[in-house]
Design a protein around this ligand. Structure first.
Ligand code: NAP
Length: 275
């Protein structure tokens, strides 16, 4: 067990009592992975405001606790690449109305012929296998009560490849396939399955992680783009899909800023899109 796994155990005992009566937020329990920053943190906040009782999962307990304090949700230190950590989460949430599988990211932009396989393994581990582990562990809880909803945060990268995106595009394509297979497998059960596939979202850490901490290269991704999507914009899509009546399944929601027509066609000049 890693240090992070140890932290999971102590965090688990602190939330156990408060989650056995799920639905205290009115709409039931929403588990959000990758909730310590960016889209996950914004989704946790928006879901809490929409009446869900939110459980926030990610590895960095300090950041998670800070987000949980702001949203009123509960923090659970979680590593989706660690089966014990994921199993520990599952024991804490017996009834889950909504899972937002947001933990993920991109590591590297090297061409296929030069890429480091370790970066690719990391992307598959967190984006694909991490999602599969969490879906598998929480499925009994999603099938409890009035049924549940799985929302995966994919990417337009998973729908169309671009140079330098081989690893990330492949991982998000696999996540998209996982999501579609899951919908087929759950047909006849009361569980909705949604993929939200954002284009360019200016979050604090995504590009920084992708470029190995190189701030100048990370900032260049958004240079000149008038109003890339924000984490809050994607969170609004999550709430939209979740708040529809429970017989309405949004299969796939692709969302981009107006300045972006596809993964590589991006206007980098003022558009006057307004507020
Ligand atoms: N930003 C974009 O342009 C964009 C576009 C399309 C899709 N997306 C997708 O949206 C999701 C969120 O991205 P973001 O922009 O919000 O970036 P971000 O701020 O870097 O969010 C990534 C989140 O995943 C968590 N995470 C990473 N590894 C994890 C692990 N092993 N176990 C648990 N949590 C883990 C991180 O928290 P810890 O480090 O604390 O664990 C963090 O909270 C990702 O799946 C990303 O691929 C982003």
């Amino acid at each position: 067990m890693t240090d992070q796994g140890t932290a999971t155990t102590s965090t688990a005992s602190s939330i156990r009592g408060s989650l056995t009566n799920s639905g205290t937020g009115g709409r039931g329990v929403a588990v959000v992975t990758g909730a310590s920053s960016g889209i996950g943190a914004a989704s946790a906040a928006a879901l809490a405001a929409a009446g869900f009782s939110v459980v926030l999962g990610a590895r960095r307990g300090d950041r998670l606790a800070e987000v949980a304090r702001r949203t009123g949700g509960r923090a659970f230190v979680l590593d989706v690449t660690d089966s014990d950590s994921v199993a520990s989460l599952a024991t804490e949430v017996p009834d889950v109305a909504l899972l937002v599988a947001c933990a993920g990211g991109a590591y590297g932009v090297d061409p296929v012929a030069q890429a480091d396989a370790a970066d690719w393994s990391r992307m598959y581990e967190v984006n694909v296998l991490g999602t599969q582990r969490v879906v598998r562990a929480l499925m009994p809880a999603l099938l409890t009560g009035d049924g549940g909803h799985v929302v995966t945060i994919g990417s337009t990268a998973g729908h169309s490849a671009y140079a330098g995106g081989g690893g990330y595009c492949g991982a998000k394509a696999a996540l998209s396939s996982l999501t579609r297979a899951l919908r087929l497998e759950l047909n006849g059960r009361p569980v909705r399955v949604t993929e939200i596939a954002p284009g360019m979202v200016a979050t604090e850490e995504f590009s920084l992680n992708r470029y190995g901490g190189d701030r100048a290269r990370a900032d260049a991704v958004y240079a000149g783009v008038e109003r890339p999507l924000t984490a809050g914009d994607v969170a609004a899509c999550v709430v939209f899909a979740a708040a529809l009546p429970s017989h309405v399944d949004v299969d796939l929601l692709v969302v981009r800023p107006v300045a972006q027509a596809d993964n590589v066609t991006v206007a980098r000049h003022p558009l006057r899109v307004g507020e």
